[in-house]
Design a protein around this ligand. Structure first.
Ligand code: DSN
Length: 437
């Protein structure tokens, strides 16, 4: 019985790898790491303990772990032009929690975006089990959001915050930029002086766009006013699952204490090694990858729009990031299409869109889907392939064509794209299942 389950798990893992090698991966928060990143990730580092900072560990056995972590820190600082990097957070949520703990107290107020306008669950209210509210006790209020611009409304946000301060005697302590539905750079430059004049600490969550920032294709948060920048290392940044905090030297001690012992005991050392490999590859290939990722997202959005689908952000050219947001509500809800597309090997996620709550929609049946171009870019796809992908999607959503026929076409299309690009070593197929038993 146990041997059967054991074999079954390995069988399912191999099936998953095969399925992804035949699919079009369009989840905006995912990516395919290089074979080198995968090799570092399965090393013995993943079995060790090294609480603390390199050179000040709580455990023996960290000689090489310390050397690697110092390399990871050095590469992170170079990649993002940051004075300080803490590469230990084990996820983006843990990075945010560490920043909340370092720079706010429970019951303080944070300004962020609501989830349908792009905010992430870790920025959310306690009522919705958001990390900021539920775990750190922050009260959450929202930036004003302009649905046509698909961005934070600077003037209305200033008015809201002024009203909180002057009429409600309730000054926010932190402002959180960034999020999960993230089409255009946020106006942090425009809000920076106002926020700092009111002693509001600025954090920028670049989880989604950190690979684009590293490739100098989005905004430059640390130069635009961010006092801290939190990120995950596996979305547009094609590293292992993990998190990171970037900041200025003057905030380093507070961040270090908050990460350990505050919010982590051991961090994930195999992930730190794999981050170093990903950062080295991004320093070499990141600009070309980020340029193509944004070009691909724009091409995909334009093609979908030409097919007749409602693509958000049209006023500003649909997107400046890796993401494309499609309102499918005319044809069916996003949850329905997430499942239909999956049957044809097109892997996307359903997405709450601005206005969905008012329209009575919810997370299970939201108004649309979100598409990401980073993983398909790493597979070597360019603008002409985006036209083909838009065609597959519209054959399902608009034409309601037979799913099995489309699936066969998707599998055939995918055969041309087997390797990871933008990496030092690319011989191993992107989704090859590697046995070390
Ligand atoms: N919820 C993830 C997303 O944006 O897909 C990020 O944690």
């Amino acid at each position: 019985m146990s041997r059967e389950k054991y074999d079954n798990v390995f069988g399912l893992l191999e099936k998953h790898h095969k399925w992804f090698s035949e699919s079009i991966p369009l989840i905006a928060s995912e990516n395919i790491p290089s074979p080198a990143v995968r090799e570092a990730f399965v090393s013995d580092f993943g079995n060790r303990y090294a609480e603390g900072w390199p050179g000040e560990r709580v455990y023996a056995g960290c000689t090489y772990i310390d050397e690697v972590e110092l390399i990871t820190i050095e590469l992170a600082k170079k990649l993002f032009n940051a004075e300080f990097a803490d590469v230990r957070p084990i996820s983006g949520v843990c990075a945010n929690l560490s920043v909340y703990s370092a720079f706010t107290n429970p019951n303080d107020k944070m300004i962020a975006l609501p989830i349908p306008s792009g905010g992430h669950i870790s920025h959310g209210k306690s009522d919705f089990s958001g990390t900021a509210g539920l775990v750190h006790g922050l009260r959450i209020d929202y930036f004003a959001f302009d649905r046509e611009e698909m961005n934070i409304d600077v003037d209305k946000s200033k008015q809201r915050i002024t009203k909180m301060i002057e009429e409600e005697n309730d000054k926010p302590n932190m402002a959180m930029f960034g999020g999960s539905l993230f089409l255009f750079p946020h106006p942090m430059k425009e809000l920076k002086d106002f926020l700092l004049d009111h002693d509001i600490f600025i954090c920028y969550d670049s989880a989604h766009v950190s690979g684009l920032i590293a490739g100098k294709q989005f905004q430059d948060p640390l130069r635009e006013g961010a006092q801290t920048m939190t990120l995950s290392t596996h979305k547009t940044l094609p590293g292992p699952q993990g998190g990171m905090i970037l900041s200025w030297n003057k905030y380093a001690d507070d961040i270090k204490k908050s990460v350990f012992p505050g919010n982590t005991s051991n961090h994930h050392l195999h992930s730190v090694a794999a981050k170093a490999i990903a950062f080295a590859e991004m320093l070499e290939f990141g600009k070309d990858y980020a340029v193509q990722t944004v070009k691909n997202a724009k091409a995909l959005a334009e093609s979908l729009n030409e097919k007749g689908l409602v693509v958000l952000g049209e006023k500003n050219g649909f997107t400046e990031s890796h993401q494309v947001a499609v309102d499918t509500s005319k044809y069916g809800d996003g949850g329905y299409f997430e499942k239909e597309l999956e049957k044809a090997n097109l892997i996307v996620n359903r997405q709450l869109l601005p206005g969905d709550k008012k329209a009575g929609r919810d997370y299970v049946h939201p108004g649309g889907i979100r598409l990401g171009s980073s993983e398909i870019t790493r597979l070597g796809m360019k603008e002409s392939e985006m036209i083909e992908i838009a065609n597959f999607i519209s054959r399902i959503i608009i034409d309601k064509e037979n799913i099995d026929t489309i699936k066969t076409d998707v599998i055939e299309f995918r055969k041309q794209f087997t390797k990871v690009h933008y990496a030092f070593e690319t011989l191993t197929d992107a989704y090859k299942y590697i046995k070390i038993r």
